[in-house]
Design a protein around this ligand. Structure first.
Ligand SMILES: [Zn+2]
Length: 386
């Protein structure tokens, strides 16, 4: 594996994108120690490294999440141990390098890179062995490509074939497999054309509404596409649809329409209890897990989140950053689990500020538990006008 050759890291302005941080000597990576979280610094920040540290610290300070029952479940123990094995941490006292972002591949992709000094040991970042490429499509979808160093890539949720094929060509990639999170057409519309063109295996949840020649996946399964170095763990995340799954691999979470940055998916088929359980499972993942959701909804979600939780410093910093990115027509993704735990009201339904806001908004709500608060918050968002 050409780890040493990939001396680069993808980077979202203001929020560290750890993709492609396949840097330096792997033995040194393995020997390095986990980073310690910095002290809480709630001041809004404008630069990448400035942003991530406070948000992680704030996330760390959210002591009530995740609930003990989720923490103790076999599923979460398995996920945590899998991630512990897979993550290789780097840590140093060296100052982070100055970001020098640039768009790779023109305006049709959202992958940004910055160069790192050879020996730079960069705190707060998880080196992934693969590179992440977002392919914008339709009005606000992203199809994700996970590119390995040998030029093969996995395609996540291709709602159409053409944008994917164009991106494969422009990046010189050869697809090895498709992963599908749920049956909606904007996530599955390109499966058959891509399979006809490339003879790809397609992994998908057990749902007859998904087209194509499929290999069905279920909760807890490890998906290893043929000829690929990547392994993805399947997490059942019902709520948006009844058969929705998410995939966790190489420090990244592909969560379709379950978790969005600063929001969550609508409940088309699932109950509030199902969706909250799914979100709790995702929120229990390590802070640095990249959140690769399927839509660019962050600005609208941020407006709602601020209406709910206006005194949340981490949220205000994220909303400011999102505004800057969107004014430049840049992507706000991927986010991170740490940032979402600090900022996303749907992951904070046990936080007193969110509970009080929900009760103030809907005085008919009886908030006897987190599910009631979540259900009322979701109803509020469904009717929210920016
Ligand atoms: Zn959907």
């Amino acid at each position: 594996m050409a780890l040493a050759a990939a001396r680069c890291g993808a980077h979202a302005i203001g929020l560290i994108n750890t993709s492609a941080l396949a840097c330096s000597d792997p033995t040194r990576l393995a020997a390095s120690r986990p980073p310690k979280l910095a002290p809480i610094n709630a001041a809004p920040a404008s630069s990448c490294s400035d942003w991530l540290s406070p948000s992680l610290s704030c996330a760390n300070a959210v002591g009530s999440l995740p609930p003990a029952k989720i923490e103790k479940s076999g599923q979460m123990k398995r996920l945590r141990s899998a991630l512990k094995r897979r993550f290789q941490w780097r840590h140093s006292q060296a100052p982070p390098p100055a970001p020098c972002s640039r768009i790779q591949g023109g305006r049709d992709t959202c992958t940004r890179f910055f160069d790192l000094p050879d020996s730079a040991a960069v705190p707060w970042r998880v080196p992934s062995v693969s590179r992440l490429i977002a392919v914008p499509a339709f009005e606000d979808n992203y199809f994700w490509l996970v590119a390995e160093s040998d030029g093969r890539c996995i395609i996540v949720d291709p709602g159409a074939a053409k944008p994917v094929i164009d991106a494969l060509r422009s990046h010189g990639l050869q697809p090895s497999a498709i992963l599908i999170t749920h049956h909606h057409a904007d996530h599955t519309g390109g499966i058959e054309e891509l399979q006809d063109a490339f003879a790809l295996p397609c992994f998908a949840p057990n749902d007859a509404r998904i087209p194509g020649r499929l290999q069905r996946v279920t909760e807890g399964e490890q998906v290893r596409p043929p000829g690929s170095n990547a392994t993805f763990e399947v997490i059942a995340t019902p709520g948006h649809t009844r058969s929705h799954v998410s995939y966790l691999g190489d420090g990244r979470l592909f969560c379709g329409d379950t978790l969005f940055s600063l929001g969550c998916g609508r409940l088309f088929e699932g109950s509030p209890a199902q969706m909250l359980k799914s979100l709790d499972c995702l929120a229990a993942l390590p802070d640095l897990t990249e959140v690769c959701c399927a839509h660019e909804y962050t600005a609208a979600n941020g407006a709602f989140a601020l209406a709910v939780d206006p005194d949340n410093d981490a949220l205000r910093a994220r909303a400011k950053q999102v505004g800057q990115l969107r004014r430049r027509s840049e992507s706000t993704l991927p986010s991170s689990i740490g940032a979402e735990r600090a900022c996303n009201p749907f992951l904070r339904v046990r936080d007193s500020a969110v509970v009080e806001a929900v009760l103030r908004h809907d005085q008919a709500t009886v908030a006897s538990d987190a599910v009631d608060v979540f259900a009322a918050l979701r109803r509020w968002k469904d009717g929210f006008q920016t």
